[in-house]
Ligand binder design. Structure first.
Ligand code: NDP
Length: 472
């Protein structure tokens, strides 16, 4: 087991309030991690005013200078990677290893570097005898970033990096469940950023609401639940704010008849159980043809049974607890409903009520009705329902029938066939023989109630810019 390093303790002491604050407990052990400050709406107003004042100076720097600053930001995150990963692991619960805390800090570095390299140049729209028209991309002003607790550092970077690159300043409100992780990241980033270009305001939903309403905030980048996204759209309406909404998901995966169950099992597992299932674009319902059903169930059970779950700082673990009690209760309620309906539990399904922490065992559920709540509701935890199908058309219909449409996947040995099936799915992204493989070069966003607006790549830069056409 790792113990928190001195560097990690130093980082914590810089971001904790001198006195008071809300106690933050490790979701794996219930031990005290630290104390989180809580800002008021008045402090938010002050932060927005500072960010507004800093914005023209930041925008006046050249594009090359802002790109270089993002590379410096990546360097400093890299230099502090281990202490950031330790704090993230203790507060969020995710293990250091596997696609978890160290992986998340690594993703922060990767997204900062990739965003530093993208470039959004003025576009010549017309240049002929009739005249010349050029589209320029101006900064919007102050971007408000509101984030969730599942990937608190990585998603913050997804919001911060493109905004800064385009000459905006940022006021970020972390989730109250993972305040320390985001404050630590911002502390590290601010060692290379000019003053007030990035300000964290560690409040709860009321501060998020005030940020969404704020007349001096020009754009909200939001990742979280669909219900909160709808509230933010309403609060931001009076000021006609731009919004990017990355909301809930309940992604389908369809296995085709020509798949090899043993060769896909590990990738299907991680597509579903990355971050112990607490991922918006995780595989949440797997549709398997009758001809392969037993083989896929067996192969997945074999892979899942050997993945160690436990305390984050224990180097051997790759799965952790649920981050909070409310999330644990959602997962437990849905798995219980599935069991009560007569579905067959292949693995897990019975949490140890006496054990400390919000652990829920890795759970695979077979022979489940396609409209069972565990299938059609966003459970956001370590449970995967495996649904049998006899007609591919039926599977596609089931995959497409929810209000959520963030990601989806098709699993097949025939890539052309898989692509044809993918084209029939409604989603922001459909992966083939993988799931949830986000990439800074590829725009990412949802369809239907999973949101709108794109993140990443040049398209992501456009979302935090105001197009301005000069026509002469
Ligand atoms: P929320 O959507 O409620 O919270 C996300 C962020 O929004 C938090 O920072 C939260 O602050 C803030 N917030 C809450 N209310 C408002 C408001 N009225 N205006 C502005 N900001 C607000 O997610 P939860 O943490 O409550 O999780 C609920 C469900 O959402 C989960 O069970 C899961 O299904 C889904 N979810 C989806 C995520 C995704 O990546 N798409 C991520 C996390 C959850 P605070 O929490 O501090 O009050």
């Amino acid at each position: 087991m790792s113990t928190p390093t001195q560097h990690s303790q130093d980082l914590l002491s810089r971001i904790q309030p001198a006195q008071g604050g809300r106690e933050v407990l490790d979701p794996a052990t219930g031990e005290l991690v630290g104390r989180a400050p809580e800002a008021s709406v008045q402090e938010l107003d002050h932060a927005v005013a500072r960010a507004k004042a800093a914005q023209p100076g930041w925008a006046a720097r050249s594009d090359e200078q802002r790109s270089a600053t993002l590379h410096s930001a990546a360097d400093t995150v890299e230099a502090h990677a281990e202490e950031l990963a330790q704090l993230l692991s203790r507060e969020q619960g995710k293990p250091l290893n596997g696609p978890n805390a160290r992986f998340e800090v690594g993703a922060c570095v990767a997204w900062l570097r990739a965003t530093a390299e993208f470039s959004l140049k003025p576009e010549v729209l017309v240049d002929d005898d009739s005249g010349r028209a050029v589209m320029h991309w101006r900064p919007l002003g102050v971007v408000g970033a509101i984030g969730p607790w599942n990937w608190p550092m990585m998603i913050s970077v997804w919001q911060i990096a493109p905004s800064l690159r385009q000459g905006n300043t940022v006021v970020i409100k972390p989730s109250g469940y993972t305040t320390l992780s985001v404050l630590a990241l911002v502390d590290v980033l601010n060692s290379v950023l000019p003053q007030d270009v990035l300000i964290a305001v560690p409040g709860r939903g009321d501060v998020g609401e005030a940020l969404s309403r704020h007349p001096q905030v020009d754009k909200i980048m939001f990742t979280g639940s669909t219900a909160t996204g709808k509230n933010i759209i309403k609060s931001s309406a009076d000021t006609v704010k731009r919004v990017t909404m990355e909301l809930g998901g309940n992604d389908a995966g369809i296995v085709l008849e020509d798949s090899d169950p043993t060769s896909i099992a590990e990738d299907v597992f991680w597509g579903a159980f990355i971050n112990t299932g607490q991922t918006c674009a995780a595989l949440k319902r797997l549709y398997v043809p009758e001809s392969l059903y037993d083989q896929v169930c067996d192969a997945l059970t074999e892979v899942a049974a050997k993945m160690p779950m436990g305390v984050g700082l224990d180097e051997q673990n790759v799965l952790g607890p649920l981050q909070n009690k409310a999330q644990w209760e959602i997962v437990d309620k849905l798995v219980t409903a599935a069991k009560d309906s007569g579905a067959r539990v292949l693995l897990g399904g019975t949490p140890d009520a006496e054990a400390p922490g919000y652990f829920y065992p890795t759970t695979l559920v077979a022979d489940i009705d396609p409209h069972n709540p565990l299938v059609v509701e966003e459970q956001f935890g370590p449970a995967l329902p495996i649904i049998k199908y006899t007609s591919l058309d039926q599977a596609v219909e089931w995959a497409n029938e929810l209000d959520f449409a963030l990601g989806s996947s098709v699993w097949s040995s025939d890539l052309d066939r898989a692509e044809e099936v993918a084209s029939r799915l409604v989603a922001g992204t459909t992966w083939i023989n993988k799931h949830g493989a986000v990439d800074p070069r590829m725009p990412f966003g949802g369809a239907r109630e999973s949101g709108y607006g794109l993140e990443f790549g040049v398209e992501g830069l456009k979302e935090v810019s105001q197009p301005h056409i000069i026509n002469r």
